[in-house]
Ligand binder design. Structure first.
Ligand code: UT7
Length: 334
C-alpha cells in the first residue's frame, strides 16, 4: 500500500484470539425439538451448526480464553495491558459488568481500568474505534478488547424464528500504539436509534423488571423483526464501509478482504452485490458458528488468518450492524 495514504500514525491490531464452546448443536438436533428443518435453516441463513455453552459454563470464561490467546499471540504480556474493553450484550450479572471478572481471571494489574460496552453485534468494531482513539487521545499503549456473547442464554429455545440463528463465542485483540500486525487505517461508528427496537430483549431491565412467570413471557427473550433487520443491515454495512474507505483515501478495489458481521449468508451476499464485490473476497464462517453477535468479526477474521487467506500487506475491511441500531466499520492493513 502507498504510504502517502496514511494521514497519521495509527494504532495497530497486534493479535487476535478466539474461543467457542465445545458443544455443537446441529440443525438436525434442532429438528428434534422444533418445527424446523435443516433445509429451512440452511436456505434462509446458511447456518449448519452453532457452538453453545453447557449450563454449568460461565459466559465470561469464553472471554478469558480468547483474551489469553490474544495476549500470547501478541508481543506484550498480561502486565503490559493498560485498559480493557469488553463488548458484550449479556453479563454474568447485572451489576457489575463482565469486564472486572475477566480482568481478575486474567491476573492483570490491579490498577488496570476496564469497562463494558454494549453496541449490539457491532460491539467489537465500536471497541476497536474506542481503543484506537484512547491510544491517540489519551496515551494508552496496549488495550485488550474483547467481543463476548452467549445469546444461547437469552433466546427462547422454543421460538424457532430466533433460536436457530445464534451461537456462543468470544474473540479478543490487543490494540497497540505500535508494533506488528494490522495497522488501523480508519474506523467508524454509526447509529440509527429510530430502529432501536428491531432487535430487543425487553424484560429484565428497569422498564420491565424480572417477574414471576417471566419464563413463559416472550418479552423476556431476544426477539427481532427479522425482515426489518435484513433490509437495514445491508444499507448500514455499505454506508459504514464506504465511509472508512473515503476517510482513508482508498477505494473498494484496494480492499483484498471483507470480513462482515456473520448474521446470515443472504445478508452477506446482498452486501457483496450492493458493493459490487465478488464473494471470493469475503470471509464467511456463519455455517459453522451461526451468529455469535459481538464475536463474529474476530472469529471470522482469525479464521481468515489461520487458513492463510488474509496475508501480510492485505487491506481488510470489517463491517457490522446490530441491535440499537448500532453499526460501524474498520479498515486496516494486515
Ligand atoms: O445480528 C443481527 C441478527 N438478526 C438477523 O440477522 C436477522 C435478519 N433476518 C433474517 O435473516 C431473516 O428475516 C430470517 C432468517 C430471520 C427469517 O427469514 P424470512 O425469509 O424473513 O422468513 P419469515 O420471517 O418471513 O418467515 C417465513 C416463514 C414463516 O411461516 P409462515 O408465516 O409463512 O407460515 C415463519 O413462521 O418461515 C417460518 N419460520 C420457520 N420455519 C422453519 C420462521 N423460522 C423458522 C424456522 N424453521 N426456524
Amino acid at each position: 500500500m502507498n504510504e502517502s495514504c496514511h494521514k497519521e500514525t495509527l494504532p495497530n491490531i497486534l493479535s487476535i484470539g478466539a474461543a467457542v464452546p465445545d458443544k455443537v448443536v446441529t440443525n438436525e438436533d434442532l429438528e428434534k425439538t422444533l418445527d424446523t428443518s435443516d433445509e429451512w435453516i440452511t436456505s434462509r441463513t446458511g447456518i449448519k451448526h452453532r457452538h453453545v455453552l453447557e449450563e454449568e459454563e460461565i459466559p465470561s470464561s469464553l472471554g478469558v480464553d480468547a483474551s489469553r490467546e490474544a495476549i500470547e499471540e501478541s508481543p506484550v504480556g498480561p502486565e503490559d495491558i493498560d485498559l480493557v474493553v469488553v463488548a458484550t450484550n449479556i453479563s454474568d450479572m447485572p451489576i457489575p459488568g463482565t469486564s472486572p471478572f475477566i480482568v481478575n481471571e486474567l491476573g492483570l494489574s490491579s490498577d488496570v481500568p476496564f469497562f463494558d460496552l454494549k453496541a449490539g453485534c457491532s460491539g467489537f468494531l465500536y471497541a476497536i474505534d474506542v481503543a484506537a482513539n484512547m491510544i491517540k487521545g489519551k496515551g494508552y499503549e496496549r488495550i485488550l478488547i474483547i467481543g463476548l456473547e452467549a445469546l444461547s442464554r437469552v433466546v427462547n429455545w422454543e421460538d424457532r424464528s430466533t433460536c436457530v440463528l445464534f451461537g456462543d463465542g468470544a474473540g479478543a485483540s490487543v490494540i497497540g500504539a505500535r508494533g506488528e500486525g494490522g495497522r488501523i487505517l480508519s474506523t467508524s461508528m454509526f447509529g440509527d436509534p429510530s430502529k432501536a427496537k428491531l432487535i430487543r430483549l425487553e424484560g429484565g431491565g428497569t422498564r420491565l423488571p424480572p417477574a414471576e412467570g417471566s419464563e413463559d413471557d416472550e418479552r423476556y427473550y431476544v426477539r427481532m423483526e427479522g425482515k426489518g433487520v435484513f433490509k437495514s443491515a445491508v444499507n448500514m454495512m455499505k454506508r459504514s464501509s464506504l465511509n472508512v474507505l473515503e476517510d482513508a483515501g482508498l477505494a473498494l478495489s484496494d480492499v483484498d478482504w471483507i470480513v462482515p458481521h456473520q448474521a446470515n449468508i443472504r445478508i452477506i451476499k446482498q452486501l457483496a452485490k450492493s458493493l459490487g464485490v465478488e464473494m471470493d473476497r469475503i470471509i464467511v464462517n456463519v455455517e459453522e458458528y451461526a451468529n455469535t453477535s459481538t464475536a463474529t468479526i474476530p472469529l471470522a477474521f482469525k479464521e481468515g488468518l489461520d487458513e492463510g487467506s488474509i496475508e501480510p500487506g492485505d487491506v481488510v475491511l470489517l463491517t457490522a450492524f446490530g441491535a440499537g441500531a448500532a453499526y460501524g466499520a474498520t479498515l486496516l492493513e494486515w
